[in-house]
Design a protein around this ligand. Structure first.
Ligand code: DGY
Length: 329
């Protein structure tokens, strides 16, 4: 019997391709091109499944053009690139890669917080530009991280891992806001207190955004929310572009509404709002929070394992949770 055909939409690890090859006829993308919607739809011709990353948009038009498609396995914990409701309507199973990236992503969130608050990239640029000619008492001074108040918006797995780093490693007072309050044992393990969104914005010295993107989270942090924050505050976004209004953030950074920001994700990435590029007080990274080798391999392996499980047992290992849409506007 011939093997089902699977498109692997981006270049991934050879060992994961080999695993997929045991079960599927694989269509690879060795050039690692980012396909346009039309190209993606064409390449899916005859495919039973697809291994996607956050770069591929799976929508109703694509599903209509490919009625044979049954499985969309995303190599990411987020799935705002996928119209999950349309997939359900077309009888297509969607999976994501939770858990395997939690600690690596939390490490990165903390690295971005430290770099932003302690002005590390700004200081390095100053030094490399040959501007450092003497030590001085107020050169590159900024706020402390240890002992300050860490606000976490979105207290899922990654939010909890960040809260633990802050509370246990840096002696921070951790407050959080989430759609639903955590149970008492989880709150106590994270040493985190639940507060309203308004209190979070007003009290945090450092605000970490870890909320998944959904239409209801669009611009959850805009001009009005930034105005509620302390003028000394830093904001870190490792969630998704679109949760923060980047234009409003650039203006807030330029006018001193908040002190600094660290951003790993952007609206319309890989484009970055030009006004953010003009800000001295922002640390910018190209969506690399989960980019340790071990974690990226674990993510690719889990996405591949989901395809294999669906083909062999009709059961996904990590299906996108029921009731969530995760669709980017
Ligand atoms: C994720 O897993 O959602 C990361 O942002 C990588 O895309």
């Amino acid at each position: 019997m011939s093997k089902p055909r699977v498109l692997v939409a981006r270049r991934i690890f050879p060992e994961v391709m080999a695993r997929l090859g045991e079960h599927f006829e694989c269509v690879a993308n060795d050039a690692d091109a980012v396909f346009s919607p039309a190209e993606l739809s064409q390449r899916l011709a005859g495919c039973w499944g697809v291994l996607t990353t956050g770069s591929e948009r799976i929508d109703d038009a694509l599903l209509q053009a490919n009625p044979q498609l049954r499985a969309v396995c995303n190599m990411a914990v987020g799935y705002n690139n996928i119209d999950v409701a349309a997939c359900r309507a077309h009888d297509v199973v969607c999976t994501n890669t939770p858990d395997v990236l939690t600690e690596t992503t939390a490490d990165f969130g903390f690295a971005l917080l430290l770099a932003t608050a302690r002005r590390i990239t700004e200081a390095e640029a100053y030094l490399r530009a040959g501007r450092w000619d003497r030590w001085s008492v107020d050169m590159m001074i900024g706020p402390d991280v240890h002992g300050s108040t860490l606000g976490v918006l979105g207290m899922g797995r990654i939010g909890q891992a960040i809260a633990k780093r802050g509370a246990h490693g840096f002696g921070m007072d951790v407050i959080y806001h989430n759609r639903s309050r955590l149970d008492a044992p989880t709150e106590s393990a994270c040493k985190a207190r639940y507060v309203s969104k308004d209190q979070l914005l007003m009290q945090a010295d450092h605000l970490m955004i870890v909320v998944p993107y959904s239409p209801s989270a669009h611009h959850a942090i805009g001009g009005a929310e930034l105005a509620q924050m302390k003028p000394t505050a830093t904001l870190i976004n490792i969630a998704r572009g679109g949760v923060v209004d980047d234009a409003a953030l650039a203006q807030a950074l330029q006018t001193g509404v908040i002190a600094a920001a660290g951003l790993d994700v952007f609206e319309g990435e890989p484009q970055v709002h030009p006004e953010l590029l003009n800000c001295r007080n922002v640390v910018l990274t190209p969506h690399i929070a989960s980019a340790s080798r071990a974690t990226r391999l674990a993510m690719a392996t889990l996405a591949a394992d989901n395809l294999v499980a669906l083909a062999t047992t009709q059961q996904a290992l990590t299906p996108v949770p029921e009731g969530l849409t995760g669709w980017a506007a």
